[in-house]
Design a protein around this ligand. Structure first.
Ligand SMILES: [Zn+2]
Length: 70
């Protein structure tokens, strides 16, 4: 059973991570050096091609955010 308070906490956490993610994408696309918070490897941008969508990801894949640029 989830009470209102924990629901609010979850909402806030997902909002925070949403903004963090957007910020991260922005920095990577701006050419800034961003390190994966999990493995500390640089996060890079993969341009979309016919097989897959664009994504920002680290070498190990713990950060892997697909960019919906349609
Ligand atoms: Zn990583």
């Amino acid at each position: 059973m989830i009470d209102a308070a924990s629901l609010k906490a979850i909402e806030k956490a997902s909002k925070d991570s949403f903004f963090k993610q957007r910020n991260l994408i922005k920095q990577v696309l701006a050419g800034k050096k961003v390190l994966c918070p999990t493995c500390n490897k640089p996060i890079v941008f993969s341009a979309p091609n016919k097989d897959k969508v664009g994504a920002v990801h680290c070498a190990l894949g713990c950060t892997d955010i697909e960019l919906d640029m349609s």
